[in-house]
Design a protein around this ligand. Structure first.
Ligand SMILES: [Zn+2]
Ligand SMILES: [Zn+2]
Length: 361
């Protein structure tokens, strides 16, 4: 509580001004005039306290030397100051809600912007294997950081001067109709004195542009188009509001052999006709190197074999998907007489015709 604010007087007010202010307020808020009104009683209590201090020269001197107390709450509070019938109202027909609308919705003057800073977006190109195994990348990011000069407040300490916002009164006052409202000045916290000036370095924004090397931890198994979030590395908010985030999209290059389906890795493996017919054990490539795969006799082209645990790690659980092997039967190019003779012989041995089903009723 600032006694000068309570009495609505300037800090350099004379003894007579103090008396006058007290008399004016006492006439309005004295409990005898407002029987049963606890708010008026509480306010009168504060008026009396302020008057007792400021009307006594030695106590006032001590009070001034201690410095005006800061407002207890950083939020500006609106105080109903009563009715003032000394001026005619222009809007005699104003409704109750009209009268109070700006009291209830009016934001504190020059209110601190509490919106967090904007998010930033970027991309990194990764090889197929890098994405599978995970990696670390340095990224140069130009972003708004907290201003180092004012630590993001947008304000700097300077020689104390009278608050220009409330003209040293510690409160701003406005009227609606006959009603007078006052609000603790949020620029000076009700002290009427200003110790802070806008920060010149950041033009009071609280932010400064920086170019920063940021290390991105790419988790193993990251998929093409997946977005990684680096918390707090977006733009800093104005006047110390929290920073946004940095979002990095992974652009994974295609592989010559392997594809991705979620956490599964896919690969197409050509097999010979005789391997498909007779069965065979073949060597296939996997993300981890070569391995052996048993092809059963009578394998059709397009058949899939799943090899558990040879897929991509899930970026969340770390457990790996499957390697899905699709076999493709390659029809051989037969241009030597020996192969032709063998295949004709094979054809003669085959009594069954694969097209018989097409003509049975
Ligand atoms: Zn600054
Ligand atoms: Zn002020």
């Amino acid at each position: 509580m600032d006694f000068y604010v309570v009495l609505g007087i300037e800090r350099k007010a004379s003894r007579a001004d103090v008396e006058k202010a007290y008399t004016r307020l006492a006439r309005r808020y004295h409990p005898d005039i407002n029987p049963g009104d606890s708010e008026a009683a509480a306010f009168f209590q504060r008026v009396s306290e302020a008057y007792e201090t400021l009307s006594d020269p030695s106590r006032r001197k001590a009070y001034d030397a201690d410095g005006a107390p800061q407002a207890s709450s950083p939020r500006a509070s609106v105080e109903f100051r009563g009715f003032d019938f000394s001026t005619p109202t222009s809007g005699a027909s104003a409704t109750f809600s009209e009268l109070f609308s700006d009291v209830l919705t009016r934001p504190a003057d020059d209110e601190v912007d509490t919106h967090k800073g904007s998010d930033l977006f970027g991309e990194i190109a990764l090889g197929f294997d890098e994405a599978l195994k995970g990696t670390e990348r340095q990224l140069t990011v130009t972003r708004l950081d907290t201003c180092a000069v004012c630590a993001g407040s947008g304000l700097r300490r300077s020689t104390e001067t009278r608050c220009t916002h409330c003209h040293g009164r510690g409160a701003t006052q406005w009227r609606r109709g006959h009603m007078v409202f006052a609000r603790t000045c949020d620029r000076c916290g009700g002290s009427g004195r200003q110790r802070l000036r806008p920060c010149v370095a950041c033009r009071a924004e609280g932010t400064a542009t920086v170019t920063e090397e940021i290390t991105i931890q790419v988790p193993a198994g990251v998929a093409d188009g997946a977005r990684m979030r680096v918390g707090g590395k977006g733009n800093a908010g104005r006047r110390g509001a929290g920073p946004g985030d940095l979002y990095i999209t992974a652009l994974v290059a295609p592989h010559r052999l392997f594809g991705r389906q979620g956490d599964d890795v896919t690969v197409q493996v050509p097999i010979e006709v005789h391997e498909a017919a007779l069965g065979a054990t073949i060597t296939i490539p996997t993300p981890d190197g070569k391995t052996r795969l048993d092809i059963p006799a009578g394998t059709e082209s397009g058949r899939e074999f799943r090899l558990g645990g040879l897929g991509a790690p899930s970026p969340r659980s770390g457990s790996r998907g499957d390697l899905v092997v699709e076999v493709r039967i390659v029809v051989p190019l037969v241009d030597d007489e020996r192969s032709k003779a063998l295949l004709r012989e094979f054809g003669r041995l085959r009594r069954a015709n694969v097209r018989d089903d097409l003509f049975t009723e």
